[in-house]
Design a protein around this ligand. Structure first.
Ligand code: NDP
Ligand SMILES: N[C@@H](CC=O)C(=O)O
Length: 810
């Protein structure tokens, strides 16, 4: 049969594609299909599976005079396993001899190593040729050592282009038409016909050279992944495949660690404008990533990672203004063949950070110490340190105009880069981070720049009326929010005072039944869990009414959590605590939102904050602050019913605090008043609030349950107060912040008043709160905010609002 197409396609298969089992069968299928379709193809192969690594391991054993026969036997067995009459005795004999010699000498040269490693590719190409021939395909084993000629640099040889091209063209003239050449990748030979290898990514290089010499139509690189991704999918689950890349972008990716690509393999393709397609051997439906000369749409392309690197830091006050320091560093390192992948130097020239391969770090430090020995004596250089546990993340396509976004996101998530560096012309920024933070850092940056949903990881403490409603509201709207706002709200923890449910992928609608089966916990367990699962954009929600829980705020902030709270306690502890909390937030760049602390879901705190910040002088805030007491007195004043009955209703409707006495004793309104006062910059303490306690003294002591059983004792007290009012008057329990609000402290009153039914306060209905905000500009006409002031649904909605506000800030 003849090929229908005369333009050649080069197919290159990597080691994982050629492994025993599924891999090699897939490779055969691909080749058979292409031949069947009449495509003109040449196939370049790596060694199979882990062959190259195995040969290196055996070499190591042999040179150390350790027994290696078992490993060698396993290697041989793997090569011929289940291929019947396939024989590679020559190659096995060569290996036997080479290893024996190395073992005897206790040494080997790079030349010998190249001879050893080359056997992997030779066996691989011979096997495939054998199988294809058996299937009736006109396959021709092609030893690239006869075609690609190189300089004599064993281990990293450079091709001699003119000679190699002549050889290749001549060979392909002879074997064309019906022949499928099966070419060994990676290996070549020098002009003395000694085996050389082309270094890392050598097989890809062979394929690119052949494509160039033969003016191929396309190079198809078959790997075990479906193309190039926006980030390593093993580390970033949201990573997306990139459909197209330009050579320039691919080159940058290659340089910054995308190990499918290598800069030197792209250059021969650029020269002849030959497209490179990265394909997956195991997924024939996927069209992979296409790399061409065409500039694809602008924008950030990918995140790549360099691991196995170390950061060397050279510090010295005496370096300021000194000429030639960098030159000395590079010269000293170059002398030892140590390459610097990133350098960063402050304008003060006091510190220079260098990234080198980890295995060269100790030597690099040694040569720098030698080079700067005299400077140490003069105290011009004071230290050279090495940080090993680091990694470099490069954002390919990123310039500094929008770099603040990923950078701020990192800082917010407590990932502080050790160093960053950008290129002036090419667009990319590299950051050095601690390896322990790599996973989290990648996800944070990826979420920020790729427009895929930004994950917000939420821990909900307290799942009673408000907390439980909040969780349900979030679960119900999460999909819609993800679609509209590209924010993925993930509740990874739900806890009460005893138990916790943890799930890094988020709880589902069954959370309630599972949480009680959860474990007991301490706050450090939640922090550890978030850390272990690299959870970013952390928010802790306090939906308890607990003073104890507020003790956790500090450690949560220190560990990267923003806070949202419906609990009013933290804002009403001592003024010192109030200030310390804000200092801690400032220090750790964290946010604390608590809109529901006053007026439940009403936008009160925000309004007060804005007025205050914009310089509008607030002179008084007055109103019905409590939703439950509003309901109680509105209903009791209007209807002929028992006080205890209406109070029971307010409790059942979820308007009251977990302990309803907190409402009736005035503490809840007192807290709200104090919170507003502090928003205005006043430094009042809780005991400055003048509170009219609505609970008769004889009912104040004891447990909440006992109190609830004695509610009827309140009836006569409040009936009397009601009856003694002037006509057309109603009872209201109000808060009033007044006095000179520009001094250190204001006057805070919480009291029961009787007001005309026709007044603004008198007309409040249901569980509504009303807040009258008096300011200098508005004079006697207050700004009025009125609406439902209590209730689980509105409060949870308010907490939800705070969460969304935080996601916008982050
Ligand atoms: N209801 C409303 O209209 C409004 C309420 N709020 C505030 O909302 C908060 C919650 O109120 P509500 O939902 O009614 O209260 P609930 O009593 O219904 O729920 C409280 C929850 O907090 C848990 N909890 C208590 N202590 C701790 C602790 N130390 N650590 C972890 N979890 C704890 C409880 O668990 P356990 O069962 O183990 O005790 C329970 O799950 C209160 O601070 C309230 O002031 C604010 C505005 C309006
Ligand atoms: N118990 C409170 C609930 C809101 O803070 C009230 O009644 O207002």
């Amino acid at each position: 049969m003849y090929f229908k197409e005369d333009k050649m396609k080069i197919l290159k298969f990597g080691g994982k594609s050629l492994a025993n089992g599924k891999g090699i069968h897939k490779v055969i299928n691909i080749i058979e299909n292409k031949v069947g379709n009449g495509e003109s193809i040449t196939v370049v192969l790596s060694a199979r599976g882990r062959s190259t690594d195995q040969l290196e391991e055996i070499l190591d054993r042999a040179v150390n005079n350790e027994s290696y026969q078992e490993q060698l036997q396993a290697f041989k067995q793997y090569q011929v396993d289940s291929y019947g009459d396939f024989k590679v005795d020559d190659e096995f004999k060569t290996l036997d001899k080479l290893f024996e010699g190395v073992s005897l000498l206790g040494d080997y040269s790079k030349r010998i190593k190249d001879q050893v490693l080359s056997q992997g590719e030779v066996i691989s190409a011979k096997l495939l040729t054998h199988i294809l021939k058996e299937k009736g395909i006109n396959a021709n084993f092609t030893d690239s050592r006869e075609l690609i000629k190189t300089d004599g640099k064993f281990g990293e040889a450079q091709p001699l282009d003119k000679l190699s091209k002549e050889n290749v063209v001549k060979h392909f003239k002879k074997y064309n038409g019906t022949t499928v050449n099966i070419v060994t990748g990676f290996i070549a030979s020098n002009t003395k016909n000694e085996t050389t290898t082309l270094g890392r990514n050598g097989s890809n290089y062979t394929a690119a050279l052949l494509a160039n010499y033969l003016d191929a139509e396309e190079l198809q690189n078959f790997t075990h992944v479906s193309g190039i991704y926006t980030a390593n999918p093993d580390l970033v689950s949201d990573a997306k495949k990139i459909e197209r890349l330009s050579y320039t972008e691919a080159n940058e990716l290659a340089y910054f660690g995308a190990n499918i690509l290598h800069a030197k393999t792209i250059i021969p393709l650029i020269e002849k404008n030959i497209p490179l397609r990265i394909l997956n051997t195991f997924d024939d439906q996927n069209n992979g990533t296409l790399i061409t000369a065409e500039n694809s749409s602008k924008g950030i392309k990918s995140l790549s990672v360099l691991e196995n690197v170390s950061l060397i830091n050279l510090e010295g006050r005496g370096l300021l203004g000194r000429v030639g320091v960098d030159a000395r560093i590079f010269k000293a390192l170059a002398y030892k063949n140590i390459s610097v992948s990133i350098i960063s130097q402050g304008s003060s020239e006091r510190g220079i950070g260098l990234v080198v391969e980890s295995e060269k770090a100790i030597e690099a430090k040694k040569v720098l110490k030698q080079e700067f020995e005299a400077d140490f004596y003069k105290k011009d250089v004071n230290k050279i340190t090495v940080a090993n546990e680091v990694a470099v993340i490069s954002i390919i396509g990123q310039d500094l105009s929008t770099f603040h976004r990923p950078y701020n996101a990192l800082i917010k998530n407590q990932v502080i880069p050790l160093l960053f560096n950008n290129t002036v012309s090419g667009k990319n920024v590299s950051l050095v981070v601690y390896k322990a933070q790599l996973h989290k850092a990648l996800n944070v940056i990826h979420g920020e720049i790729f427009g895929v949903a930004k994950k917000i990881n939420i821990a909900v403490f307290g799942h009673g009326l408000v907390g439980g409603t909040l969780i349900d509201q979030i679960l119900k709207s999460a999909k819609d929010i993800e679609k509209r706002k590209k924010i993925d709200l993930n509740i990874f923890a739900v806890a009460n005072s005893r138990k916790i449910l943890l799930n890094e992928n988020g709880v589902d609608t069954n959370w309630k039944s599972i949480v009680e089966e959860g474990d007991s916990y301490q706050i450090k367990d939640v922090i550890k869990f978030a850390d272990a699962h690299h959870l970013e954009n952390l928010i802790a929600i306090d939906n308890t009414a607990s003073k104890d829980f507020t003790d956790n705020y500090s450690v949560l902030i220190e560990n990267g959590f923003d806070l949202v709270s419906s609990n009013k306690v933290a804002n009403t502890l001592s003024f010192d605590f109030y200030k310390e909390l804000r200092m801690k937030l400032e220090k750790h760049q964290k946010q604390y939102l608590y809109e529901t602390n006053v007026g439940a879901g009403l936008p009160l705190i925000d309004t007060i904050k804005l007025l205050h910040l914009s310089g509008e002088n607030i002179t008084r805030i007055k109103g019905v602050f409590s939703g439950s007491l509003s309901y109680l007195f509105n209903t009791f004043s209007k209807e002929k019913r028992l006080f205890s009955e209406v109070l029971g209703e307010a409790i059942n409707k979820g308007y009251t605090e977990p302990d309803p006495r907190e409402d009736l004793c005035g503490n809840d309104v007192g807290r709200k008043l104090l919170i507003l006062a502090r928003e205005l910059g006043l430094s009042n303490e809780f005991n400055d609030v003048n509170i009219h306690n609505l609970i008769p003294e004889n009912l104040r002591e004891g447990a909440a349950d006992t109190f609830l059983k004695r509610l009827k004792e309140l009836d006569s007290v409040y009936q009397k107060i009601k009856d003694e009012q002037k006509p057309n008057h109603v009872l209201r329990y109000i808060g009033d912040l007044h006095g000179d609000l520009f001094k250190e402290k204001g006057i805070l009153d919480v009291k029961l008043v009787s007001v005309p039914e026709s007044s603004a306060l008198g007309q409040v209905k249901g569980s509504d709160s009303i807040f009258e905000i008096y300011t200098e500009s508005y004079g006697d006409q207050p700004i009025v905010i009125q609406g439902a002031g209590a209730g689980a649904a509105v409060t949870a909605r308010g907490v939800f609002g705070d969460i969304l506000r935080l996601t916008e800030k982050s």
